[in-house]
Ligand binder design. Structure first.
Ligand code: PEP
Length: 250
């Protein structure tokens, strides 16, 4: 049985005053029924983890360097994230792939580093609009998965997030048949690589314009084990109804 996961990605948003949103989310009764992860910017990690301590909400990072330490100005390692109180880290988000030229090979090295530090690697994959339109989405995403996923991937240390680039921050969402097709494709690729038992345990999140108004329909889709939520995770008033919908999805 895969435990449902609602993960919030604050991206480059939030100051210390925003930490109150985490406390609000932690008080929601539905947050105890599913797994809730909030990934604030690195500047807020340690304090976010302190505020979430003793609640069911956990805290994660948004990126890490593949090395554990060294001369990499401006970067943060996986052991540093763990030391700050993170339990997970988002890797290979399309914004990092686009803004920082991150390749799937680099994402794989980062995921290996995250797992070695005891963090859950949330590996993001997703096609562009042009790739969706030209019919190559399934192949593109399968290749990203093959190249980004470490051989050490398992249910305890890996979560996948399918995030069509064209749905992120746009208010546009694939129809549920498209989400179901991609998630079942990802599950099959995981099984081919890691075996059926391991593949059945790995959670696959949907991400891209998840909102209170569409969450119930998305969470009813086969093989959707939760969501990676950007904009709607910034305010407890938006994120809690999404968590409610996930808890109600059973
Ligand atoms: C994201 O960037 O991971 C994301 C899903 O963003 P949004 O929910 O704002 O589309």
């Amino acid at each position: 049985m895969r435990r449902k996961l609602a993960a919030g990605n604050w991206k480059m948003n939030g100051d210390r005053a925003a930490l109150a949103e985490i406390e609000q989310v932690a008080k929601a009764p539905s947050a105890a029924g599913v797994e809730v992860l909030i990934c604030p910017p690195a500047t807020l990690l340690a304090e976010a983890a302190a505020r979430a301590a003793g609640t069911t909400v956990t805290i994660g990072g948004q990126d890490c360097h593949p090395a554990a330490a060294g001369a990499h100005t401006g970067d943060i390692s996986a052991p540093m994230l763990a030391d700050a109180g993170a339990r997970a880290v988002i890797l290979g988000h399309s914004e990092r792939r686009a803004d920082h030229g991150e390749t799937s090979k680099l994402v794989r090295h980062k995921a290996e580093a995250a797992q070695a530090a005891g963090l859950v690697a949330i590996i993001c994959v997703g096609e562009t609009e042009a790739q969706r339109d030209d019919g190559t989405a399934l192949d593109v995403v399968a290749r990203q998965l093959a190249e980004s996923l470490p051989d050490s991937a398992g249910a305890e240390n890996t979560v996948l997030a399918y995030e069509p680039v064209w749905a992120i921050g746009t208010g546009r969402v694939p129809d549920t048949a498209q989400i179901a097709e991609m998630h079942s494709h990802l599950r099959a690729r995981l099984a081919a690589r890691l075996g059926t038992n391991v593949a059945q345990g790995i959670r696959i999140l949907y991400g891209g314009s998840v909102k209170p108004g569409n969450a119930t329909e998305i969470f009813a889709t086969p093989n959707v084990d939760g969501a990676l939520v950007g904009g709607a995770s910034l305010k407890a008033g938006d994120f809690i109804p999404i968590i409610d919908a996930l808890a109600a999805a059973g």
